[in-house]
Unconditional design. Sequence first.
Lengths: 208, 380
Amino acid sequence: MKSDGRDKRALETPKLLRELRALRVAVFHPQDSDGEQLTQQLQRIGCQVQAFWPPLPEPPADTNVVFLAVRPDVIKLEFPWSKAENAPTIIAVVNYENPVIVDALLRLGAKSVIASPVRSFGLLSALVVARHVSEQARTKDRQIARLEGKLFGIRKVSEAKSILMETRGISDKEAYQVIREQAMSKRVSTEEIANAIINANSILSFKR
Amino acid sequence: MSTEPIRVGVLFSDNDAVSPSETAHLKGTLFAIQEINEAGGLDGREIVPIQYDPHASAGHYRVLAERLIIRDNVNVIFGCFMSHTRKAVIPVIEKWNRLLFYPTLYEGFEHSNNVIYTGPAPNQNSVQLAEFMTSNFGARVYIVGSDYIFPYESNRIMTDLIQQRTDGAKVGERYVPLDATEKDFVDIIADIKAERPDFIFSTVVGNPTQYLYHAYAQAGLNPKEMPIGSLSTSEAEIAQMGGEAAAGHFTSAPYFQSIGTQNNRRCLESFRSRFGGGIQPNQTWEAAYVQVHLFANAFRQTGTDVIDALMPALLGSEFEAPQGRVRIDPSNHHTCLYPRIGQANANGQFTIVREARRPVSPDPYLVTHSLGDWTAKLDK
């Protein structure tokens, strides 16, 4: 394709690329030629690399990325740290791709895969893309948690409004006013007031 | 002891197919081979170059590299100029576990266990150019480049670097085809005249280089006020455009013909006595020359040209090059070099205005370069 000479403008370098040299990387891989290729290339890229085999019970504190050899002899091991909320990004190094191994990759939550024999070429892209996928997933998780909380709150308020409307014979709008005024004078959220109304109602209706 | 000749592959386009810098590669390689043979070869064995002309086509490079390996039984290839030609050859070299010596400035972000890189990486030419141009002329830059990967990456680096200055701004960025002609630059020069940048960063490569400098001169622009800074405009490109068109503009490179050392003068004399004055030695010529000698020394040490034995001897090895004593960095296979800034003069040569007193180690995977780093600030 011929360019009209106006596209491909150099943009600002993305943060993930600029921060490569601050990245703390743990390599859980035997010290064979793959393990050496891997650590040497990570050093060329400029990451802070530490290599261990067998895998540590958990990566050193503040590790951002773990390269993990996913081989027939490790797939039975548990890696509970990989499930933690702020778990490092996992990039698997594989020498088989039969369903047993691929299944292990999924269970580990690997964000990228490097094939053996390891070459220098491809590692940088895999690393940056895996970090990007991790960050995106983390952002999405936080967004979802926030939205779920909000949805839950709305459901509570609407339940409390129904209670007020029924017990006091007021309109939807008035019920909401009551909740809002209570929240403002007690300096708490409308959800908390709604919760208090729901709890009180369950106690009062028991009396009835 | 064997007296069999040692066959090596040579893979550069001749006759200025795309760039006089690639022709300079070829002549630098052949010159070094002649020099070594005249001095008795490698332990009495003659080096025989098996030479093919890939006519600047990536497909030809790949096919010819494979022919050199399979048909000509060659273990070592000296070759490649533009990045896509190197990318075409590397899979072949890796598949057959052979060795490629690559003597060209390029955009970095590469390492292969089967390649030795003897040209500068961006931390050995781009940063120094940015430092020099922004501190002498200002940081409003207009970027003109050939339309391929080397300019894209070089321009990303330059854009990052000028933004480290408070007055930094990119006022234009334009690309021309690899086979650009005069007309491709008319519009660009008009735009430059309108934007009035502090300097122009050119990553135009090869034969079209002359048209940029001509268009600049014809528009009456003044290098004292708005010079062009380049990584690839060498003595060879200036020979094409004429000294007048280039005079006053700047280039960042580890080698210029005008380096005053005895070693360089002896080397240039020896070259001219063999090849005449038709070829202008430049940075690519020197790197091509140096890497043959690095190979020769490693061969003398190991007695073989098989990569597995040769590589350990090559890594960390040093050579008294025309630019100064260079060394292959064992960690990344690139070469420690001496960054210099040259200002073109009317004789088609460069007056060296800055130079590194110590070699700068290659860092081909450096994403964020910094102005103010000691390696960027060269001595007067």
